[in-house]
Every structure is written in C-alpha cells, then in structure tokens.
Write a protein that binds this ligand. Structure first.
Ligand code: FAD
Length: 404
C-alpha cells in the first residue's frame, strides 16, 4: 500500500486533536489505496470464525499503513484523541463500502472501561486489539442472570495474589475465538447483589477455561457458553476495585449502547444503499409499498445517526450519558429490524430460497443471515423492554408501576 497519506509522524499529533482532519485524512487514504482494500468489499465469509479472521486482517491493514485504528484511544497504546475519532473511523469505512470489523463492536464495549479503570493494564493488552492480533469477549450474562444481571453467580474468591474463578457465562459473542474475556464476577455474597461484583480480565487460554459454541437460529455459532473451573487470575487483572464492578459495568454500558448504535447505523446505511442498488437494477416489479419503506428506513437510520452523534459528542466531552444511552439502543433495534424486514419482503423468494452453496446467490444468503442476526437486536446489550423500563425509571422519573 502507498504510504503517501500515512499520518504517523508529524501529522499524528495534528490528527489526534482534530477528529475532522483525521476523518478527511483517512478518507483520502482509503481512496488512494482503494484497490488494496477491495478484498474486504463484496461478500464476506459466512462462518463466524472465518469472518473473525477476515476482519482481523482489515484491522491489521488499517493499523500497519497509518496507525488508523489507534486514534481515539489514549497513549501509550493509542495515539490520543477521543470517541469522535473512533466514530469517524467506523463512518469512513462504511462510506468506502468496507465492513466495520466485528472486533470493533467489542472493542468499543470493553476497551473504554479498561482504559478508564485500569490504565496500566490497558497499555499492556490493548495494542494487540488495534492490530487485530487479539480480540475479547464480554462475560456478563449467565443462566438466570441476563436482564437481572445483579443475580449473577460466577464466583471469584481471593487466594494470595490471585482470584480463583468458578462458574459459567452464557451468550458470549466471540466466546469461541476471543483471546481474553472481560467478566463480571461475584466477590461478595449473593445477597449483596450489585454491591458484591468485580470486573476481571481472564485469559482464554488459562487452565480451567473451557468453551462451548452455541448455534443460533441461523445455524451460525455467534455466541458461546464459557466455563471457569478454578481459574487463577492475578489480582492485577482486576478492572476497578474489588466489589466495585457494578460501577465499571454501568460505565461500560453507556459506550456499549451508544458506540455500537453508531457503528450499526453506518453499516445499515451501507446495506440500505446496497439493497436500493440491487432493487433498482433488478428490473422486476417491486412489492407494493417498497419505495415508501426504503424512505422510512432511511429516515430511521438518519434519526439514529443524529441521536448517536449527539451521544458521542457528550462522551467525547467526558459527560456521563448513563441511562439515556437506552434511547440509542432502542432506535438501533428499530433500524435493524426495519431494514432487514424490508430486505426480506423486497427480495421475496430469493431471500427465502437462495442456496448457500450457489455462488450466484451470495447476496441473498448474506441478507438472510443478517436478517436472522437482526432478530437479536431487541435482546443483546439489554432487551428493548428493559431499556424502556430504564428510561421510565431513571430518565423520566415515572413512579413504580405498583404505586400508580
Ligand atoms: C446474539 C446475542 C449476543 C449476545 N452477546 C452477549 C455478550 O457478548 N456478552 C453477554 O454477557 N451477553 C450477551 N448476550 C446476552 C444478552 O445480554 C441477554 O440475552 C439479554 O440481556 C437478556 O437476558 P436473557 O437472555 O437472560 O433474557 P431474560 O432476562 O430472561 O429476559 C427474557 C424476556 O423477559 C423480558 N424481561 C426480563 N426482565 C424484565 C423486566 N424487568 N421488565 C420487562 N421485561 C423483562 C425481557 O425483555 C425478555 O423479553 C447476547 C445475546 C444475544 C442474543
């Protein structure tokens, strides 16, 4: 690849303080080197493990030719800047017809609390994320502890200079391939609920860790169960103080719900453009109402982007967004379900019947796989019902239902 626009060196300092200059420089880089990025355009590998590797290679390319993945993260692992730089990265990739690497979804969720609550650990473990050499999984949910996260039972007891972790996590995205897990574990009594939790980083290859992929309705093994059997974790791998894990989780969730929404909005815009292009060139009559639905889906995406941009500016300014990020999460689910239902209806029989083995049917099978995943948009990261309750209780301050 050309290094003519690579901004490491004197320009790095300038770009680190100016997200707009960063976005323009990255746009120029992607345009100048467009052919080198072609392997990430078009259809993607279908299995999760293959897609992980494919996207990791994109991170590597972006990192090696300009350090683009390091902006927006603090030094020494990053090059400085703030969440607006990261938002610009995801946006420029989508505008250039490239995927946002799946690993970035988890990086946005887990990287922020590690940087904020454990800066020394961040300096050690984050560089491998920027190169795509490693990625992490988020270990919050357990059987009987999803919406009611404070009921979690995976336990860590102190033993000298280690914690010893035993228990199970469920529904972990990237659980089958991640190199490390960021897990919320119980260090206090079950009765202590959210006051007895600690956030730990656990290496996936530590003795006592085992994982079992779970196939979702699409047939794809998108998530995993992860089991911990007396896994020894150094005290230095705590993210935040012991028993203060709830505060770390709440800090994390505002990024998970907002940056994920921004990434997804950019991806949705790219996919809507793809769908419109395919429908326009197909020459076959469209089902009634399709053009109106294309327009309303576009409006939903723009609504999400407007809201999400405001949230990102607040995060960049160091504001606590807290429960208000649930608005972004609800808008995201509206976009995800609306876009994919539109594709299902507009593509008709192709969507339903396309053979995954047929190289001419890749677009339809990709839409079908994405439709299946979009069903989880009202569940993952906190269900839509729970998000609405958070807004009612913590943003609108409505009285509890029992006292109405
Ligand atoms: C594709 C996918 C990826 C995921 N990735 C991860 C991950 O990487 N890491 C991780 O930790 N977790 C992950 N999850 C888990 C996700 O966070 C949980 O599924 C979610 O929080 C809901 O928890 P649950 O499945 O236990 O459902 P439950 O909490 O049992 O909820 C079941 C139903 O009851 C409703 N409900 C529950 N409580 C209330 C209430 N108080 N008021 C109103 N309605 C309520 C819910 O809305 C839902 O409809 C993932 C899930 C999916 C589907």
């Amino acid at each position: 690849m050309s290094t003519s626009t690579a901004p490491l060196g004197p320009r790095a300092a300038e770009l680190a303080v100016d997200p707009v200059a960063y976005a323009l420089a990255l746009r120029e880089h992607l345009a100048d080197n467009s052919a080198d990025y072609d392997r990430w355009r078009g259809h993607e590998p279908m299995t999760v493990a293959e897609r992980n590797d494919h996207h990791a290679a994109l991170l590597r390319a972006l990192h090696d030719d300009g350090g683009w993945t390091r902006y927006g993260w603090p030094e020494p692992a990053g090059l400085g800047g703030d969440p607006r730089h990261r938002a610009a990265l995801y946006d420029e990739l989508s505008s250039a017809g490239l995927p946002v690497p799946d690993q970035c979804l988890v990086l946005e969720t887990l990287g922020n609390p590690v940087v904020h609550f454990a800066p020394s650990l961040a300096a050690e473990v984050m560089p491998a994320l920027f190169t795509g050499a490693q990625w992490w999984g988020q270990g919050f949910s357990e059987p009987e502890a999803g919406s009611d996260l404070a009921a979690l039972r995976c336990r860590a007891r102190r033993d000298g200079d280690h914690y010893v972790v035993s228990g199970q996590k469920l529904w972990m995205s990237f659980g089958a391939t991640a190199h490390r897990f960021v897990c919320l574990v119980r260090t206090g009594t079950p009765e202590a609920r959210h006051r007895g939790l600690t956030m730990l980083m656990i290496d996936a290859d530590a003795p006592g860790v085992s994982r079992r992929p779970v196939a979702l309705a699409s047939g794809q093994e998108e998530v995993s169960e992860v089991f911990f059997d007396d896994v020894r974790v150094p005290l230095s791998r705590a993210i935040g103080a012991q028993d203060q894990g709830w505060a770390v989780a709440m800090y994390l969730l505002q990024f998970e719900r907002s940056m994920f929404a921004w990434q997804s909005a950019g991806i949705a815009l790219r996919r809507l453009r793809d769908l419109r292009g395919r429908l326009a060139s197909s020459g076959t009559p469209l089902p009634d109402g399709t053009t109106g639905r294309l327009g309303s889906t576009y409006a939903d995406i723009v609504t999400l982007r407007s809201r999400s941009a405001a949230t990102i500016r607040r995060l960049a300014a160091g504001d606590t967004v807290g429960p208000e990020a649930s608005v972004d999460k609800i808008l995201l689910a509206t976009v995800e379900t609306g876009l994919h239902d539109l594709a299902r209806d507009a593509l008709g029989a192709d969507f339903l019947l396309a053979d995954p083995q047929d190289p001419h049917a890749l677009d339809s099978t990709a839409w079908r796989a994405e439709w299946w995943y979009s069903r989880s948009s009202t569940i993952l990261g906190g269900s839509a019902e729970v998000q609405r309750t958070i807004l009612a209780d913590h943003v609108l301050g409505l009285p509890q239902e029992s006292s109405r």
